[in-house]
Design a protein around this ligand. Structure first.
Ligand code: ADP
Ligand code: MG
Length: 730
């Protein structure tokens, strides 16, 4: 079968799939009956553990108390019994190596009993610690292969769960992954450390304000909105670029892209809805609280958002969610694309990370509440975040650097690579007044209290929205909008936690000093007034409420001195700065060598991914596009020759042939240029820069030349499913 025939067959099967779900209804079981049924969570533990053990594990989970070995043994026994009742035969330590995915090595829950039969067994030791052969995970130089030992250790704060597949049920125990010297080889360890740093310094602020009573922990809360594309699976397999790079490296823009904006929030196609419902059902069983789903801006693009949770659990759930989206797709004849930019000229995918801080008693510290006193505390937390984002804008930018995100950031659909904060008019007005001294006036609805009070009252949930801002305050949380759709959110959240912990530390230190031995309310008010004024003066340059997509903003940001790190190659070296190394070290989030290892792994990932992409382009270009182009050229030439032979003038055909041959020549030249471009540099930063500055523009040039051919060549000769076909059949 020719490529083109295969392509038509793929389209036909895709249409059949679509019809199968039209008019159909999927009956899902009631959520309350299935929610968390595959999770060994608090409710299950309460039912199954002796009271003292339950209390001990709760104080570990909720208050971060260390876990005694005897307790772990009892929990392990209960977990084993529960998982066996659920049909599990294997267990795995489930962890997040630096590859950005999750890893598991399955062990059997059964052991021989010595009498020809087997017993189920999972000891406390197995639960607490494992030792996968770790030599093949990237360590970025942290660990030589000959000392390949890596340990996994149970994270009791994230509940274990059972993943079911065809013929299998596996108990997954969330773990951290460290080297034998205790260095973090994963994404969870630094996240947990950063939560601890934030907790510590946030509590100092609460103590100053006298609001710490009953609070044993301040936690980070996180809610992620995941965007993704669905394309038909057969067509996906007919595109080697999608299969190996996750994105299309070629593809002419379709006549109907997203201009009509008729897809956004439109009714969800039947086949997609059936798919979403099954994804949600699986996620509910795994305790992931999925809340919203809808069509996104681009055709074939969707979004799913769970309710926010504590950051550590939310990050684990985010990995489970991406995995589930991918895993369920084939059952509905789909492939799920999580790449940041699967299609050029069509919106890419992001993952907004909604982030806040809350006490374990349930108070959101970024929620401006009704009385002045808590309002003041709110302003301190708010200004601490503003300060953090300004001081470390470059590190925050580096935290979301990835090969896929390079296509999205600044592409007029996603925030630019310049990090700024959106506050909205009302808060900005208050900030401006604070800078001048005590606020004197109010805007919007008169909710701000004046008169005797030094600080304003702020109405909750101002309705402001700004979709172009990378870091927006949305009423009671910040929304980090520049995060890429395919990334693990652990690292960006680790960075936010760390920079905010530092700011809170600075703020708390200053206020504590001002309070002296005899703190009074008046002293606190005055000190806070001075502090906020100073922070705003020093850091308000990072606040920008206008259109982040505009050219004027780029110019203005440069004037304000805000960093604009356009690509991975520009952003990642920031992690080498002395300020970055000192920051992560001081707050015990990453040692200098741990940080360095992250830089290396990410650079390497960037280099490898771009190399794969450019090799794939050359391969598809040589073996699929060129033969199709030559065949079409032959047909055009044939037409000219035969028409002339018949005694008819055909200057127009002759011209068409000449101009087509010109396109083919351009294409060949671009192909050859890319083919020889793969130079090598020993130093990874230099290599990444060379790829970004030299190789990538050649890739773009080849893409343009190829897309021009696609616009000319007879449709039935084109070897790849077109954008139209990929995006419209669903
Ligand atoms: P939008 O699309 O308007 O940004 P969504 O409702 O799709 O809003 O998503 C908002 C996300 O923010 C949800 O995941 C929600 O749970 C989360 N969220 C709400 N409050 C908080 C909070 N205090 N901390 C962290 N995330 C939050
Ligand atoms: Mg959002």
């Amino acid at each position: 079968m020719s490529r083109a025939q295969a392509r038509y067959q793929a389209i036909r099967t895709a249409q059949t799939w679509t019809e199968r779900f039209e008019g159909g209804r999927v009956a899902s079981p009631p959520v309350d009956q299935i929610f968390g049924s595959n999770v060994f969570g608090l409710r299950t533990m309460r039912e199954r553990l002796p009271k003292a053990t339950y209390t001990a594990i709760v104080s570990t989970i909720e208050r971060g108390k260390p876990l005694a070995r005897e307790v772990a043994d009892i929990v392990a026994a209960a977990m084993k019994d529960w998982s066996i009742e659920q049909g599990a035969t294997r267990f795995t330590h489930w962890f997040q190596p630096l590859t950005g995915t999750t890893a598991e090595k399955h062990d059997s829950l059964i052991v021989p009993d010595g009498q020809g039969h087997v017993l189920y067994n999972l000891s406390g030791a197995d639960l607490i610690q494992g030792e996968p052969d770790a030599s093949s995970f990237p360590s970025g130089g942290l660990r030589a292969t000959f000392e390949a030992r890596g340990y996994t250790a149970w994270d009791p704060t994230s509940p274990a769960f059972i993943v079911r597949g065809e013929n299998s049920a596996t108990l997954c125990i969330p773990t951290v992954f460290v080297s034998w010297t205790g260095e973090a080889l994963d994404k969870k360890t630094p996240l947990l450390r950063s939560c601890e740093a934030l907790n510590h310094h946030a509590q100092r602020i609460l103590t100053l304000f006298g609001t710490s009573e009953g609070v044993s922990r301040v936690v980070t809360t996180l809610g992620c909105e995941q965007e993704y594309f669905l394309v038909d699976r057969d067509m996906y397999h007919a595109r080697p670029d999608l299969v190996s790079c996750g994105r299309t490296v070629f593809g002419a823009k379709p006549p109907k892209g997203q201009q009509l904006e008729d897809h956004y929030f439109g009714s969800i196609p039947a086949r997609v809805l059936a798919y979403m419902s099954e994804v949600e059902e699986e996620l509910y069983r795994l305790g992931v609280p999925v809340k919203t789903r809808h069509n996104e801006v681009a055709p074939g693009q969707y979004e799913v958002a769970p309710l926010f949770e504590e950051a550590n659990v939310a990050c684990d759930h985010q990995m489970v969610l991406m995995e589930t989206l991918r895993r369920v797709a084939p059952r509905y004849g789909f492939a799920c694309l999580l790449h940041e930019k699967p299609f050029a000229g069509i919106n890419g995918s992001g993952k907004h990370c909604n982030w806040s801080m809350a006490t374990d008693t349930g108070v959101n510290l970024l929620d401006p509440r009704d009385d002045t006193h808590t309002n003041m505390q709110f302003l301190v937390f708010l200004c601490a975040v503003i300060r953090a984002v300004d001081v470390h804008a470059d590190i925050l930018r580096a935290s979301i650097a990835s090969v896929g995100n390079d296509h999205r950031l600044g592409a007029n659909e996603a925030p630019p690579a310049i990090i700024s904060i959106f506050l909205g008019d009302m808060l900005t007005d208050i900030i401006n007044q604070l800078e001048r001294g005590a606020p004197k006036r109010t805007i919007k609805g008169g909710a701000i209290d004046l008169g005797a009070r030094t600080l304003p009252r702020i109405p909750r949930h101002s309705g402001d929205r700004n979709r172009t801002s990378p870091f927006a305050f949305t009423g009671n949380k910040f929304e980090f909008r520049a995060v890429g759709s395919s990334t693990s959110v652990s690292w960006p959240v680790t960075v936010i936690n760390t920079i905010v912990a530092e700011s809170l530390d600075v703020v708390a230190t200053q206020l504590e000093k001002a309070m002296g031995k005899r703190p009074t309310e008046a002293k606190l008010l005055a000190a806070v007034g001075r502090l906020l004024k100073q922070i705003i003066k020093d850091h308000k340059r990072v606040i920008f409420n206008g259109d982040n997509y505009s050219a004027e903003w780029h110019a203005e940001a440069a004037e304000r001195g805000l960093p604009n790190l356009a690509t991975v190659a520009d952003a990642l070296p920031v992690l080498k700065l002395r300020r970055a190394v000192a920051l992560f070290k001081k707050y015990k989030v990453l040692s200098p060598s741990e940080l360095d290892s992250r830089l290396h792994i990410q650079l390497e990932a960037y280099i490898k991914r771009r190399q794969i992409e450019s090799e794939e382009m050359v391969q598809i270009g040589r073996t699929m596009i060129l033969p199709a182009a030559l065949e079409y050229q032959r047909r055009l030439a044939d037409t000219v020759v035969k028409t002339r032979a018949a005694g008819v003038e055909c200057d127009a055909d002759q011209e068409a042939l000449e101009s087509f041959v010109g396109l083919v020549q351009d294409f060949r030249a671009a192909l050859s240029a890319l083919e020889v471009a793969n130079g090598h540099e020993d130093e990874p930063i230099k290599h990444a820069r060379a790829i970004a500055r030299k190789t990538f523009p050649l890739m773009e040039a080849l893409r343009l030349a190829t897309d021009a051919l696609e616009g000319q060549i007879e449709h039935s000769l084109w070897p790849l499913p077109s954008y139209d076909e990929l995006l419209s059949i669903r």
